[in-house]
Write a protein that binds this ligand. Sequence first.
Ligand code: LMR
Length: 328
Amino acid sequence: MMLRYLTAGAALAAMVAVGPVTAKPIVIKFSHVVAENTPKGQMASKFKDLVAERLQGKVEVEVYPNSQLFGDNRVLEAILLGDVQMSAPSLSKFKRYTKKLQLFDLPFLFSDMAAAERFQKSPAGVKLLSSMNKKGLMGLGYLHNGMKQLSASEPLRVPGDARNLKFRIQSSDVLAAQFKAVHAVPLKKPFSEAFTLLQTRAIDGQENTWSNIYSKKFFEVQPYITESNHGLLDYMVVTSTEFWMDLPQDVRVEVQKALDEAIVFGNQVAAEKSIADRQKIIDSGRSEVIEFTPKQLGMWKKVMKPVWKKFEGEIGKELIEAARRSNK
Ligand code: LMR
């Protein structure tokens, strides 16, 4: 009896000394490859702040930018292994998990960002968020960056100007076919290697958005940028289905709300940066910005159009048609 009292007393004394046991917050590691002053970087830090404000003690977001933790070639695997919980790779980087998202790489598919937004919000666009569920990945939302431009060591005005030039591309077969269509040489390389490859002249050019060209200083080593708006670079915020479904329901709802708001903010940043970063590049005087004449634009569209047909079987004719209809 005495012993039981002593044991209970000792347990109480231990609790007073250590304090009550509190549950640890759920940690969401958000890994991405771009700089913090980009639409994705800004969206991720907004998401972190909103979660800290609303789910303090329950959920904590840690953001790892600039490929610090994983490059896009490994991040999806890392999500499935539970090493990180969220990322937002560009829509060009999901090929191993679904062929459908190749849609977004078709050259000259969307006439502008408003068309991309309309499609992403349409039933066909929303459905694509769950196109990788069976593979264990869940799309939580789209995020904009913007239209891609072509940068190179040579001025690119007509498709023939790209012949034999080496371009760094993201890991997408559609993008490879797009460059082959103009007889250029596409090289799939991680984003983190692009600057050095350009600087050392190991490659001649690349395609990217104004904010990526500015924030990663590509414009300092590429004398020409052609304002081609030939393709889209947007993102899908993804997590693992297992991690997501294991979250308590009320937490899941709040995290999704915070993410939706962060995406709205990130999209505003994207729209502003596509204008502001373009201007900063022009003002720097480091790169000449080339605009197509309507005739030149027509030539690029014509030579790249066969890429659509080539991938129609993998993407689906109806899906391509649905996306095309979002152009007004
Ligand atoms: C790239 O690899 O060029 C982009 O996908 C980088 C990014 O995330 O914007």
